[in-house]
Ligand binder design. Structure first.
Ligand code: NAD
Length: 516
């Protein structure tokens, strides 16, 4: 470990979370093993090597699948509220490890410390939520059309749930899925992003403590730190009942087709291209805060990041000038330093994509009113820090139709709200959307059938940041999946309709007679 890593107090954090200089990336519970190649996790904060991880090989994969299948036979028999108790204990552990885990998220992924801690808080919240749901996995009871019959629906666990996650929420997405999957009686196998392997090992270590303290079998919670090839194996594996995939639309399209091909179930949480409509009746102060946080928070690397502002012509110049001023005040630097607003992108590949997008935008006619730039010099040695930028564009530009995972904000002018809603919906993705207005008519139209086509539609709140209590996800190329709150637990179970005849006759449904 380099000296610089020690300077941020990261060494202690890693130790507390059980991360060593060299780690094994496969675990089914108590112990770790791995037979694959080694990956190195570098921090985008300072470019230093944090630790190495030996990835999961093909033979590890089979061991994990076998352990999961065996564990399922046992775990499904534990009553749901008792499974909820396991999740409650995970929530308690996460409270204990919140500072360390939040700091690791910030250091390995690059989001601000506050956002890292916020992500762990979401994990705690979903655990609390899931504990309650573990006592409410209820189905309908309906009246049978036949006398002396009872009819009802019940939900059963699915089996092995595969969770494939993106780098930008390296811990929370795991917990959104696992907390619900477990209370429903499933066992889980996690294939985290290879860009944030240490966050995954830390989570598994925390869960391993819970499993050990409760004397539970290996295989209830497993992790496979590996590249896309192991991810692909999971996707294609008939033994995996549900694939919950969070990542790009490009990969999600393939995942969706392959899982459907084998009649598996999938939850798809893919890319967004989120817009805020700022109307002539908007509170401009609130709009500026919402827009700037949405566009530059997590350096524009949230699936819900604000990418487009659709602004009424009467307030366009005011919003534009105030945005330029606000961007001039942004502090870009080490995300562990709370005085900074913007941290680094995940890696230099992401920096290249940011530069490419700017180039492409300019070629199509985008007029940059705040120029982008890759930052160099002291504090920016990792090469991952970029300047958030703003461009005036047409919604039809190819680059505007595309999700660039970087802090590039596009401004578009409109005349009527109907036109603004049409612009907002005229992209392939459908994740998050917002309107800033104090006018009830505008707000209600935006939320109506003729309004936003997204999975999330907000009024006087930006596009980014969702509470775990609601179902989270989006439409169109965002994949149609839902995660976390509301009745999302149903995605992790199979529904069964039961009819019981307590008479001495066998009447057939639909009045059919079949006399022998
Ligand atoms: P990515 O698609 O590159 O990778 C996501 C995961 O898929 C990684 O674990 C990766 O190893 C795995 N993977 C890659 N190829 C695979 C294959 N052939 N088979 C199986 N797994 C494979 O995405 P990323 O760059 O890590 O994350 C950014 C993207 O994720 C953005 O598009 C963002 O919008 C999206 N995202 C969406 C949500 C949501 O809830 N809608 C949340 C977070 C991120």
């Amino acid at each position: 470990m380099s000296k610089k890593v020690k300077d941020f107090g990261i060494e202690k954090t890693l130790k507390n979370l059980g991360i060593k200089d060299e780690n094994k990336g496969t675990s089914t519970g108590g112990k770790y093993f791995a037979s694959g190649t080694t990956i190195e996790s570098y921090s985008p904060v300072d470019g230093n090597l944090i630790a190495k991880v030996k990835t999961s090989g093909a033979s590890d994969y089979d061991k994990v699948l076998e352990a999961a299948q065996n564990a399922f036979k046992e775990f499904r028999l534990i009553p749901a509220p008792k499974r909820g108790e396991i999740v409650r204990q995970l929530g308690q552990k996460l409270r204990q490890y919140k500072n360390d885990l939040g700091k690791l998220v910030s250091y390995e992924m690059g989001k601000s410390l506050q956002e890292g801690l916020g992500e762990v808080q979401e994990m705690i919240d979903i655990c609390d939520f899931a504990v309650g749901v573990s006592r409410q996995l209820h189905g309908y009871t309906m009246h049978s059309e036949r006398p002396g019959h009872r009819m009802y629906e019940q939900y059963h666990p699915l089996g092995v749930v595969g969770i494939i996650t993106a780098f930008n929420f390296p811990v929370a997405v795991w917990s959104w899925n696992t907390a619900l999957a477990w209370i429903c009686g499933n066992v889980t196998i996690w294939k985290p992003s290879e860009k944030t392997p240490l966050c995954a090992i830390a989570c598994q270590n925390i869960m391993n403590e819970v499993l050990k303290e409760n004397n539970l079998p290996e295989g209830i919670s497993s992790v496979l730190v590996a590249d896309h090839e192991i991810g692909q194996k999971l996707v294609d594996d008939k033994r995996v009942a549900l694939i919950s995939f969070t990542g790009s639309t490009r990969v999600g399209r393939m995942v969706s087709a392959n899982v459907a091909q084998r009649f598996g179930k999938s939850i798809l949480e893919l890319g967004g291209n989120n817009a805020i409509i700022i109307t002539q009746d908007a509170d401009i102060n609130m709009s500026i805060i919402g827009a700037v946080f949405g566009a530059v928070g997590t350096a524009g690397q949230r699936c819900t990041s604000t990418r487009r502002l659709i602004i009424h012509e009467s307030v366009y110049d005011e919003v534009k000038n105030r945005l330029v001023k606000a961007y001039g005040q942004l502090k870009i630097g080490n995300p562990l330093d709370e005085s900074n607003h913007v941290g680094p992108l995940i890696d230099t590949d992401a920096v290249n994509m940011y530069q490419e997008a700017i180039k492409k935008g300019k070629k199509e006619g985008a007029k940059f009113i705040v120029e982008g730039e890759v930052l160099k010099g002291k504090g920016y040695e990792s090469g991952c820090y970029v300047k958030p930028c703003i461009a005036e564009v047409k919604n039809s530009y190819e680059i505007v139709q595309h999700e660039t995972f970087a802090p590039i904000l596009y401004l578009i002018k409109y005349k009527t709200l109907e036109e603004a809603i049409a612009i907002q919906n005229d992209v392939p993705q459908g994740l998050s959307s917002a309107i800033m207005t104090q006018n009830l008519r505008e707000a209600e139209l935006f939320l109506s059938h003729a309004g936003s086509d997204c999975g999330i539609a907000n009024v006087n709140i930006g596009t980014s940041g969702a509470e775990i209590g609601g179902a989270f996800g989006g439409e169109k190329e965002t994949g149609g999946g839902r995660e976390s709150g509301s009745d999302v637990w149903k995605y992790y179970m199979r529904r069964q309709t039961n009819t019981i005849n307590y008479t001495t006759n066998l009447p057939l449904a639909q009045g059919i007679k079949f006399d022998l």
